[in-house]
Ligand binder design. Structure first.
Ligand SMILES: Cc1cc2nc3c(=O)[nH]c(=O)nc-3n(C[C@H](O)[C@H](O)[C@H](O)COP(=O)(O)OP(=O)(O)OC[C@H]3O[C@@H](n4cnc5c(N)ncnc54)[C@H](O)[C@@H]3O)c2cc1C
Ligand code: SF4
Length: 504
C-alpha cells in the first residue's frame, strides 16, 4: 500500500529535528532522498567535498531506515527526472519538503509543484531577519550592521545574557581576540579528531571517483554521520573552546586548525543544529570551563555572522550573486587551483585546501580573498572555485562572504570597507613571510611582495570609490602620494599578467 506522504530531504537538511522531518512518523511516512548525477557532475569537486555530501546523505538515510522509516534513496540523472519518476511510481503520494536552503532549489520545487513547510534550521527565519531590517528602517536607522543584529539575537534568544545585561558585562570581546600567532608552542591546540572510514564511506569514494577533481581523498577528518559530528562538537567544547579567542585571526604554516571548531560542515548540512552548538558553548562558560572572551567570540560567529549572512542572502538574491561593483575582470589565476606559486602564503593555504578541503576564516579572507580583491579577479569565477573546493561550501554562505565581504563586489552593502592589505598585515598575523622569496616591505621590483604591490595599486586604482570612505580614505591618500606610484602601477600590471599565466 502506498503511503500518503513522502518527505523529501535535501543533502543539507540531514537532521531529524528539521522542518517536515521533525513531525514525521516512522512506519507511516516515507522519506525521499535524491542523488542526482547532474549535481555530482556539475563541477570538478574536491574529492572530500563530494564525499562528505554524498556519504553524509547515505548515512542519514541508513539511520532513518534503522528508525523504521521506509526510505526511498533515488539515484537519478537529474532532480527533476527523479521527482517525475517518483510521482509515477507512487501515485497518490504527496511529496513535501522543508524550505530548501538555496534560491535555485526553492525555484525548482515551486516549478515542480512540491509543497514546502517552513525551515527551522536557522535560529532566525530569514523572514524574521527581513522584519528586523524593516523595523530598524522604520525607526530611522540607515544601517543594519552585524553588531546590532548580533545584540538583537543575543537578547531574543537569551544567549549569554544575565537578565537584560550581556554576560561578562560586555557585548563584544573582539579586542582580546586578535592576537598574532605565538612564537612557540604551535602544538598547544589539540589535534582534530580523525576516524576510520566505514564501509559506506569507502563505497562512496568508489561511486563518486568519476566526478572528483583535484585534491586528496578522504582519510577521516570529516565525519559523515551525526554520531561523528557530535563527537567533534564535544571535542571542540572540551579541548579547544577554552583557547578559541586569542589567536582566532592568526595563521601558522605548521598548524592548520589552531583553535578553530571545524564545525561549519556539520552546521551547514544539518548533522549539527546551531542551537545545540551554542548551548554547549554557553554551558562551558556557565560551568567555568571556558572564559567569556572565547565563548563570546565563538557564539558571535554562529548567532551573529552565520545568521546575518543567511538573512542577507535571502534579502538580496538572486541579483546579488552576480554583482561586480569594482568591475573586476581577471580570470581566476591557476595558482588558486594548483597551489603552484612562489608566494609562500598562498602556496601554504592552497596546499591545505588540497589536503583537507578547508582553510580558516582569515586564510579565506586575508590571503585568498585579499589576493582576488586586489588583483581584480572576476567574482563569479572566485565563488565558483571556492564552492568546488571547500568542505563547508553552500551558496547562502559563500555568496555573501565572497561578494560582500571578500571582494567588495556589492559596492559596500555588506562590509563598510574593502578587506585589502599588503604583506605587512600577513607578516603580522602569520609566519608565512619568513620562508618567502618575496620581500613584504617592497612594492616594486622582481622581489617585491605581490600583496604589497597590489594593495597600493588597488587603493590608487579605486581612489574615486574609496577616497571618501572614512575607514580607508587615509590609506588612499597615502597611495596617491607615493613617490613611486607610477612604478607600482607598472609592477602591478606585471604581477597580474604573471598571475594569469600561472608564473608567479
Ligand atoms: C571568502 C570566504 C568564503 C567563505 N565561505 C564559506 C562557506 O562556503 N561556508 C561556510 O560555512 N563558511 C564560509 N566562510 C566563513 C568562515 O570562513 C567559515 O565558516 C569558517 O572558516 C569555518 O571554520 P570553523 O568551523 O572552524 O569556524 P570557527 O572559526 O570555529 O567559527 C564557528 C562557526 O561560525 C560560523 N561562521 C564564522 N564566520 C562566518 C562567516 N563569515 N559567515 C558565516 N558563518 C560564519 C561557521 O558556522 C563556523 O563553523 C567564508 C569566509 C570567507 C571570507
Ligand atoms: S612576502 Fe608577501 S607573498 Fe610572501 S608570504 Fe609574505 S605576504 Fe605572502
Amino acid at each position: 500500500m502506498t503511503s500518503s506522504r513522502a518527505i523529501l530531504v535535501f543533502g543539507d537538511q540531514l537532521n531529524r529535528a528539521i522542518g517536515a522531518l521533525s513531525s514525521a512518523r516512522s512506519g507511516i511516512d516515507r522519506v525521499l532522498f535524491i542523488e542526482s548525477t547532474e549535481k555530482l557532475a556539475a563541477r570538478e569537486w574536491h574529492p572530500q567535498r563530494l564525499h562528505f555530501y554524498v556519504s553524509s546523505m547515505r548515512h542519514f538515510a541508513e539511520e532513518l531506515r534503522h528508525e523504521g522509516f521506509t526510505v526511498d534513496y533515488e539515484r537519478s540523472s537529474s532532480f527533476r527526472t527523479a521527482i517525475t519518476e517518483y510521482r509515477r511510481a507512487h501515485p497518490g503520494t504527496e511529496i513535501i519538503a522543508t524550505e530548501p536552503n538555496s534560491f535555485g532549489a526553492r525555484e525548482l520545487l515551486a516549478d515542480l509543484g512540491v509543497a514546502t513547510v517552513a525551515s527551522n534550521q536557522f535560529l532566525l527565519h530569514h523572514v524574521g531577519f527581513a522584519d528586523w531590517v524593516d523595523a530598524r528602517r522604520a525607526k530611522g536607522y540607515k544601517t543594519f550592521k552585524l553588531e546590532d543584529f548580533y545584540r538583537h539575537q543575543r537578547t531574543m534568544l537569551g544567549v549569554l545574557m544575565d537578565g537584560d545585561e550581556p554576560a561578562g558585562g560586555r557585548w563584544n570581546f573582539d579586542d582580546e581576540n586578535r592576537e598574532p600567532p605565538p612564537r612557540d608552542g604551535h602544538d598547544r591546540w589539540s589535534s582534530p579528531l580523525i576516524d576510520d572510514l566505514d564501509d559506506l564511506d569507502r563505497q562512496v569514494i568508489d561511486d563518486t571517483a568519476v566526478h572528483a577533481g583535484r585534491g586528496s581523498l578522504p582519510v577521516g577528518w570529516w565525519a559523515t554521520s551525526r554520531e561523528g559530528a557530535l563527537k567533534r562538537l564535544a571535542h571542540f567544547i572540551d579541548s579547544l573552546l577554552p583557547q578559541f579567542g586569542p589567536h582566532e585571526d592568526a595563521m601558522l604554516a605548521d598548524n592548520w586548525h589552531l583553535a578553530h571548531s571545524l564545525l561549519s560542515p556539520y552546521l551547514n548540512n544539518g548533522l549539527l543544529m546551531a542551537d545545540e552548538v551554542v548551548r554547549a558553548a554557553e554551558r562551558a562558560y556557565r560551568e567555568g570551563r571556558a572564559d567569556i572572551a572565547s565563548v563570546e567570540g565563538f557564539i558571535r560567529q554562529i548567532i551573529g555572522w552565520r545568521e546575518y549572512v543567511w538573512g542577507l542572502y535571502w534579502m538580496w538574491m538572486p541579483a546579488y550573486r552576480d554583482e561586480n561593483a569594482l568591475g573586476a575582470d581577471l580570470d581566476l589565476p591557476p595558482a588558486f587551483a594548483t597551489g603552484e606559486t612562489s608566494m609562500n602564503c598562498v602556496g601554504k593555504v592552497v596546499e591545505g585546501i588540497n589536503e583537507r578541503s578547508w582553510a580558516h576564516h582569515i586564510q579565506r579572507l586575508m590571503i585568498l580573498g585579499n589576493l582576488a580583491l586586489t588583483a581584480g579577479v572576476e567574482p563569479r569565477q572566485f565563488t565558483d572555485w571556492m564552492s568546488r573546493v571547500f568542505i563547508d561550501a553552500a551558496e547562502w554562505v559563500m555568496v555573501p562572504n565572497v561578494v560582500g565581504m571578500a571582494l567588495f563586489a556589492d559596492g559596500g552593502r555588506m562590509a563598510t570597507k574593502p578587506y585589502a592589505s599588503g604583506g605587512a598585515y600577513i607578516d603580522k598575523m602569520s609566519d608565512y613571510c619568513k620562508g618567502c622569496r618575496y620581500d613584504r616591505k617592497k612594492r616594486t621590483g622582481d622581489d617585491a611582495c605581490p600583496f604589497t604591490t597590489l594593495y597600493w595599486d588597488f587603493l590608487d586604482r579605486h581612489a574615486a570609490t574609496f577616497g571618501r570612505n572614512p575607514r580607508i580614505a587615509t590609506q588612499v591618500r597615502s597611495a596617491q602620494k607615493l613617490a613611486d606610484i607610477a612604478e607600482v602601477r607598472v609592477r602591478a600590471r606585471e604581477v597580474k599578467g604573471l598571475l594569469r599565466e600561472g608564473r608567479l
